[in-house]
Ligand binder design. Structure first.
Ligand code: ZN
Length: 243
């Protein structure tokens, strides 16, 4: 079975569609696992939710998804994120709201635990370093945990009491036998590792291979839509910088 693993779409329809097209060209996928932050920041929240729903994914909720439907307070957001989130909330249909409201914070499927932030704090905690990953291996029971939230593709591998971290670049990785892993596929709609291309992972359960890939998309088109919507200038610019 091939699984498309995506995170942090962030209302970026062009990036999301490019990922789907690229993954189909690469050999396709049968299931979609989405690690939250479907909305927030970008100009197409409703269209992204609709496209995602059509894929019948397993999806967990992120902080932006929860804030857009009033489940959490935007008091913890920086001012640009809060502004974009208020705009997003005003764009959602009743169906969009229902979909976001129903998303769970954590899902367990086969050998995988799915969360947005971390298994310890599914909505808010960032796993950006090996020491945070090390703390989190005690908070899930499956061999593998999938996370998003940092918008940076990483693999954390538990080795006895230490954790090895590797930044994911394009290519295939054979899942190490008997090792527990925390995997971040990177961000679809707002990458933050100075590579503005959308990121995704395909996991093939038959051969145990994780394929990580980056794909270009029409950033200028997304930026034009953001400007037309009056979204904060920094959020427009950062898409081009990949930060
Ligand atoms: Zn995010």
């Amino acid at each position: 079975m091939k699984y498309l693993i995506i995170a942090d779409i962030h209302s970026n329809l062009e990036a999301f569609q490019s990922v789907l097209d690229d993954a189909k060209n690469y050999g396709g996928f049968e299931r979609v696992w989405c690690l939250g932050d479907v909305v927030g920041y970008g100009p197409d929240p409703s269209a992204c939710i609709k496209l995602l729903m059509g894929l019948d994914p397993l999806c967990v909720s992120g902080n932006h998804d929860q804030a857009a439907v009033g489940k959490i307070d935007i008091g913890d957001f920086n001012s640009e994120a809060a502004r974009a989130n208020r705009w997003t909330a005003g764009q959602l249909s009743e169906d969009d709201r229902d979909y976001l409201l129903a998303l769970p914070e954590k899902l367990v499927q086969d050998d995988f635990t799915l969360v947005h932030g971390s298994p310890r704090m599914p909505v808010w905690e960032y796993i950006a370093h090996a020491f945070t990953a090390a703390d989190n291996f005690g908070y899930f029971d499956t061999p593998y945990c999938l996370v998003g939230h940092t918008h940076v593709p990483f693999l954390f591998e538990q080795e006895d009491s230490t954790v090895k971290e590797s930044y994911l670049t394009d290519g295939d990785i054979l899942m190490p036998a008997g090792k527990r892993l925390i995997i971040n596929p990177g961000g679809v709609g707002q990458p933050r590792d100075r590579d503005p291309r959308a990121a995704y992972v395909i996991y093939n359960s038959e051969d145990g291979i994780i394929h990580h890939h980056r794909v270009s998309y029409e950033i200028g088109l997304t930026q034009d839509k953001m400007e037309a919507a009056g979204l904060p200038e920094f959020l427009v610019s950062r898409l081009g910088w990949g930060v």
